[in-house]
Design a protein around this ligand. Structure first.
Ligand code: PLP
Length: 457
């Protein structure tokens, strides 16, 4: 498709009016305009077909073009497009979804608080854990401990929970009462410890911080089972059991941010189940609707819910769109689809192992230092020198170079620094997994040529 007279100049209009994160960069380079999608493929305005190795942004888990989700939304919009949950009101889609979430989540979870996004969900977490300790007569327990290079969202509280140095430099973040400890990132360390030693050391930075602050000042620890936006950082096996032990020892609430890992990505309904932790709260968003409409929320364990309800009074917190009927209807249809099509066992036993095996063949590539993947969530590390694991210079922007080559050659992977990450839709076929890895390999060759033109290797 070429632009015609009645086709607006999307790139020009985008540049002039649509403000998003990196506007200066977009000013010069212009955005790629995505116009439609089907299955695991997106299409741009030039009708280039691109395999979506990121499921949109970790969310379109059941793939594009699923009529059932469209029907669920339109049916609900005709019947009751919107109503709120304040003033002693509720409505069937939110109630049905709440009950369904209880069914698919670990046994300690019987209740849910709805929000509109992952960021709002984590804002809710901040307010809820502080409220919990207040009601228990320990209002001093205020501090929430998170990790460097975590991602929990972009609102003021969620960006404070996040451990992104670049975001913290802007706008005086983090807000008071939020501190950060080490992440379990073995490849990013000096690699003098074994992965399990590193995992234990990272977990013990939580214990050190609790001792430093005093346990009677600490409300909760929050972590993503696998850090997503930070670069798909898969913790060593030693990490989560030690975190659980520490939370138990000091009676700290454990919050699992399941915005990416919830609803199947690791081959279990929730990442906490994959790692065997027992969280008190779980925030979710993204995959709950497969991104067809925006919805988030917090699963609340009986430990927390009982206190909020019994000692309660009003929890002065709620959103206009909490439990939005149309988004809840889509979430119900999405979860039923995941159940009916057995997509989660398929990740555990079929497409997960299949893609992992193919993906790990990339580890022998001359500019790849490591490949890693759990379920359908993986990463590879770009290195300049495979023998010494020396990384490319920061000025080379190797990750961005690689990402642009990938997109131009029909595959979406994201660059986090020089870490290339992927999280394809759950409905990926074997042939499409092969296509993903073949395209990645070809693009790694091209990246090598672009960045190391004079070198033989
Ligand atoms: C995306 C993400 C969020 C933020 O969700 P939004 O819907 O963008 O606000 C929070 N936590 C994690 C782990 C995420 O990946």
């Amino acid at each position: 498709m070429t632009s015609t007279e009645d086709q607006p100049d999307w790139k020009e209009l985008d540049k002039n009016h649509y403000l998003f994160t990196d506007h200066k960069d977009l000013h010069t380079k212009r955005a790629r305009i995505i116009t439609r999608a089907d299955g695991v493929y997106i299409y741009d305005d030039q009708d280039n077909q691109i395999l979506d190795g990121m499921s949109g942004l970790w969310c379109v888990n059941v793939g594009y073009g699923r009529e059932e989700l469209v029907d669920a939304a339109s049916k609900q919009m005709r019947k009751l497009p919107y109503y709120n949950s304040f003033f002693q009101c509720s409505h069937p889609p939110a109630i049905e979804l709440a009950a369904l979430l209880q069914e698919v989540s670990p046994p300690q979870f019987n209740r849910v608080f709805f929000a509109g996004s992952g960021s709002e969900s984590n804002d809710t977490v901040v307010r809820m854990v502080r409220r919990y300790w207040d009601l228990r007569g320990m209002p001093e327990r205020q501090t929430i401990i998170s990790r460097h290079n975590a991602y929990h969202g972009s609102t003021v509280a969620a960006a404070s929970l996040s451990g992104m140095a670049a975001a913290h430099k802007q706008g005086g973040l983090p807000i008071p009462g939020i501190v950060h400890v080490d992440q379990p990132y073995w490849f990013g360390s000096d690699r003098t410890l074994t992965p399990n030693e590193l995992g234990l050391a990272a977990a013990r930075s939580l214990e050190d911080k609790i001792k430093e602050l005093g346990a009677d000042k600490v409300a909760a620890f929050i972590g993503e089972p696998i850090q997503g936006a930070g670069g798909v950082i898969i913790p060593p096996d030693s990490y989560w059991p030690e975190i659980q032990r520490i939370c138990d020892t000091y009676d700290i609430l454990l919050v699992s941010d399941e915005v990416i890992t919830g609803f199947g990505r690791l081959g279990e309904w929730f990442g906490a189940e994959y790692y065997g932790t027992r969280p008190d709260l779980m925030s979710f968003a993204k995959g709950v609707t497969s991104g067809y409409l925006p919805l988030g929320g917090v699963m609340v364990s009986d430990r927390v819910a009982d206190v909020l309800i019994d000692k309660g009074g009003e929890f002065a917190h709620g959103y206009t769109y909490s439990g939005h009927p149309s988004t809840c209807a889509v979430a119900i249809a999405n979860i039923r689809m995941i159940q009916r099509e057995n997509l989660i066992p398929r990740i555990k036993n079929d497409i997960g192992p299949y893609l992992q095996k193919a993906f790990h063949t990339l580890a022998d590539h001359p500019i790849v230092g490591e490949t890693r993947m759990v379920g359908l969530m993986g990463a590879l590390e770009l290195v300049k020198n495979k023998d010494t694991m020396q990384r490319f210079g920061e000025d080379q922007g190797a990750g961005t170079v690689c990402r642009d080559i990938l997109t131009n050659n029909g595959l979406v992977m994201r660059a986090v620094g020089d870490t290339m990450i992927t999280a394809p839709p759950f409905v990926l076929r074997h042939s499409q997994a092969d296509e993903l890895v073949e395209k990645a390999r070809r693009c790694l060759d091209l990246t090598q040529k672009a960045l190391l033109p004079a070198r033989g290797r």
